[in-house]
Design a protein around this ligand. Structure first.
Ligand code: ANZ
Length: 813
């Protein structure tokens, strides 16, 4: 008989709400844990089945810790700024705030319907003015420290769409949507100096309990490389071209130079007769993305610009080319090319017929023709006084030499770029800055105004939050963003002088960079977070979320945290001590769930048909949390039948006696579930509870101890059913306030053990026996063991030594 999940689940959700069961409260003398989910973007599509996967995992951990006397903070909120609400506003005229509020309502209802033990009194919405105020407050701290600054940087500007596009949205110089021409144009942008934190962001990863792959990706993204800058004097022009190289040891093999097309000096040092050719090349390069330019496989293109530099060590003149495989934004925007030891340079030199000179030899001998670049370490050759040095030593000696002569220096470079932090969008946090304006009239009435962007003035803390104006028209179109059209908001007078507000907004990342911090003190109006609240809960003990956030969100949040650390707001150098990524849930046939494939499972339907408990337990039973796994409706039904069996067994008349076998199984199940939750192996804990349930099902009067422990173990997984059964077993709710069940370790000792089979003292095989197996049985098993057999052939067994629980040693001769 299936139990009535509608009635049971509604009843207990109401109970938890009314009793604020999961309010996070600190008690003196108790340990704390902060267990956090990556909060969702409340999209119009509602929750999908991927959301409850990670959320159930953290919910089980939270409920389990709570039952073990730990004070737990387990909050939820909404990452609510974002493009879809703005797009919807453009199409329908509905204010994004309205759409966002509706979507949040749907998400909140759906999550509550799953029975998560969140402290809902701490709910956060990143678009809430009370929250925006503190996001802007952090921006002001960044600004004060010189970490927020303006720069003209080339962006992909599409005049027809009136918007800036991401690199991924540009294909062959045209917009992916509509095929309109896109130009790289310098645009004034706000940037955050994340590069100033590159070293700390890389080195502090070491202390974190994070997936190794995620750490590796962050390290790669930061991309620290050690090397040197070297000056190559220009022939016939003032100054030098400075290059960044990780291989200063190859300097004697630098046979030409490459300057990036977008380097500031490219056209200036181009010979007059080559100017038009070079100009054309530069313009073509500007239409390509960095990704296209540096692809290893692609043909190298480039042109000679009619200039020469002197190789500072050989003192020979070498030609200067411009080629798009060298990026303006990395290193110094120019390289010394060493075709013998760099693959890209080798390809280019071969194509252009440039000399290839070996200066590092794998075997110390000279080779006249190279089939390919040799990029490994070796011995310096054709390098004058330095010949014979091994690569690492050569690097040090060359840099010392360059430094002594004042023509080069040690240098560390990062792939990490400063973070472009402004968006030409409406639905984001306004950047709390304004600029002086030169005008003869009232710019709000359209009087011409010159804005002095070189003198940004930050708002005072007391003026926050700076809220968005209402707009009639949310369409992009102005390179300064839709807010540029809100004249009454943009321009204002102070002490008789005119000023203009910044009209760029912050990117969606801003709100999610620090939300975890606000959860510990969500209603504080005086401070971003009080010292007491911080000490109560921070840092985060467990953070669970999708692997798609391995780089950006996690890096940006760590960056802000470190800035707040320097400001003195937070006391730990890192926010997220342990991180786990849940694996994606695929459709039934193993493909990604998507609307177009029609294979999307709607959690509302599942909850309606099988119940929230069944959905929760099923998602945990599907397989290891981190693994990618397909949805299987048959599996869901199986889990539901398991819960029905628990319901049947736990409502039978219980007996007060317990037989030995049942007792052992109960204690072992408690141990298994306890250990598995600690190790986040939720699927195997479910199997253990299934085995115990099957055993109890065969008993007409299941022992009370067995039923109670089973229900307690099940409670973090299927909390509604567990509350119901707990009450039927004669207890007062909530089961969440009851201590976690204990087990007797002596009853959990496995009685099947593996022991070694030795032949003349050497291990040749293993047998599995009961712990108290008599010698005769062990001996027979050992003699028949496949591993031992070959060593017994044609021999006589002279003696058998049996150490119970350890080994059987067969002495043969
Ligand atoms: C000479 C050389 C010889 C290099 C050699 C490599 C091997 P990472 O590790 O990525 O930092 N490089 C420097 N700036 C560049 C730019 N703006 N665009 C494209 N390539 C650039 O790599 C640093 C190396 O990448 C530098 O060391 C430089 O080439 C190249 F046998 O200098 B090397």
């Amino acid at each position: 008989m299936p139990y009535d999940h509608h009635a049971i689940e509604a009843r207990w959700q109401r109970y938890w709400d009314e009793h604020a069961t999961f309010r996070a409260v600190r008690h003196a003398g108790r340990p704390k844990k902060y267990v956090l989910d990556m909060f969702p973007y409340p999209s119009g599509a509602g929750l999908h089945v991927g959301h409850p996967e990670g959320y159930t995992a953290t919910d089980i951990v939270s409920r389990h810790l709570r039952m073990r006397g730990v004070d737990v903070l387990h909050p939820m909120g909404w990452d609510a700024f974002g493009l879809p609400a703005e797009q919807h506003a453009i199409e329908t005229g509905t204010h994004p705030a309205v759409t966002t509020r509706e979507n949040i309502g749907v998400f909140r209802r759906q999550l509550k319907r799953l029975g998560f033990a969140y402290d809902w009194s701490r709910e956060i919405d990143t678009t809430d003015p009370a929250y925006v105020r503190w996001t802007q407050w952090i921006f002001l701290r960044l600004f004060e420290r010189g970490l927020a600054f303006q720069a003209e940087i080339p962006v992909n500007w599409c005049p027809a769409l009136g918007t800036v596009l991401a690199n991924e949205e540009v294909v062959d110089g045209k917009s992916e949507r509509g095929g309109h021409p896109v130009v790289r144009e310098p645009l004034r942008q706000w940037q955050l100096r994340i590069t100033a934190y590159a070293d700390r962001l890389a080195s502090d990863l070491g202390s974190l309990d994070w997936p190794e792959a995620t750490k590796a990706k962050q390290i790669e993204w930061i991309g620290r490389s050690e090397g040197a800058e070297v000056d190559f004097p220009l022939v016939g022009h003032p100054g030098a071209l400075t290059v960044f190289t990780t291989r200063p040891d190859t300097l004697f093999g630098a046979t030409y130079m490459v300057i990036a097309p977008d380097h500031p000096r490219t056209l200036e040092i181009t010979a007059p007769e080559l100017r038009s050719t070079v100009k054309e090349y530069v313009a073509a390069a500007a239409r390509k993305s960095d990704m296209e330019r540096t692809a290893v496989a692609k043909d190298k293109t480039g042109v000679f610009i009619g200039a020469f530099c002197t190789n500072p060590l050989t003192t020979k003149p070498i030609p200067v080319y411009t080629a798009d495989y060298v990026l303006g934004a990395y290193g110094t925007g120019a390289i010394m090319a060493v075709p013998a030891h760099d693959e890209r340079d080798f390809a280019f030199a071969t194509q252009m017929n440039l000399p290839i000179v070996e200066v590092v030899s794998p075997d110390g001998r000279l080779h006249d023709r190279l089939e390919a670049a040799f990029t490994g370490d070796g011995t310096a050759v054709r390098s004058g006084e330095f010949d014979g040095l091994a690569t690492p030593e050569m690097k040090r000696r060359i840099i010392d030499h360059l430094e002594a002569k004042g023509i080069g220096r040690r240098k560390v470079n990062y792939k990490l770029r400063d973070w472009v932090f402004s968006r030409q969008r409406y639905w984001g946090e306004p950047i709390p800055v304004y600029f002086p304006v030169d005008t003869a009239g009232d710019p709000r009435r359209g009087a011409p105004a010159t804005i002095d962007y070189t003198r940004p003035i930050p708002l005072a803390d007391a003026e926050l939050p700076l809220l968005l104006p209402a707009l009639e028209d949310y369409k992009p179109g102005d390179p300064q963003g839709p807010l540029a059209k809100a004249l009454d908001w943009r321009f204002f007078q102070k002490d008789g002088r005119w000023f203009a507000r910044e009209t760029n907004t912050m990117p969606q990342w801003a709100g999610s960079c620090w939300y975890y911090l606000r959860f510990v003190d969500p209603h504080d109006e005086r401070e971003i977070v009080s010292a007491k609240a911080y000490d109560d809960w921070m840092p985060i003990d467990l953070y669970v979320g999708g692997a798609e956030h391995t780089v950006l969100h996690l890096l940006y949040a760590r960056f802000w945290h470190k800035v707040l650390y320097d400001v003195g707001v937070v006391k730990d150098p890192e926010p997220f001590l342990k991180l786990v990524h849940q694996g994606m849930i695929l459709g039934e046939t193993g493909e990604k769930m998507s609307k177009s494939r029609g294979n999307v499972i709607n959690p509302d339907d599942v909850v309606h048909q099988a119940g929230a408990d069944a959905l929760r337990v099923y998602e945990m039973f599907m397989g290891p949390l981190e693994q990618v796994k397909p949805w299987q409706t048959a599996g869901l039904q199986g889990v539901r039948r398991f819960l029905d069996r628990v319901h049947v067994v736990a409502t039978r008349t219980a007996s007060n006696a317990i037989d030995d076998e049942t007792k052992r199984l109960v204690h072992r199940t408690v141990k298994k579930v306890t250990d598995d939750i600690a190790a986040m192996r939720f699927n195997t804990a479910v199997s253990a509870m299934m085995i115990l349930t099957n055993h109890l099902q065969a008993l007409d009067h299941p022992p009370r101890e067995a039923l109670e422990k089973l229900v307690l173990c099940l409670s973090p997984y299927a909390p509604h059913l567990a509350e119901e059964l707990w009450e039927r077993l004669g207890h007062t709710p909530s089961i969440a306030d009851h201590p976690w069940p204990t087990y007797d370790p002596a009853l959990c000792v496995d009685d099947q053990i593996e022991i070694a089979v030795q032949v003349n003292g050497r291990v040749r095989g293993r047998i599995t026996v009961a712990r108290d197996t008599p010698e005769a049985v062990a001996r027979d098993l050992a003699l028949g063991d496949e591993g031992a057999k070959p060593f017994l052939e044609g021999k006589t067994v002279k003696k058998i030594v049996y150490v119970p629980g350890r080994i059987v040693n067969l002495i043969v001769g």
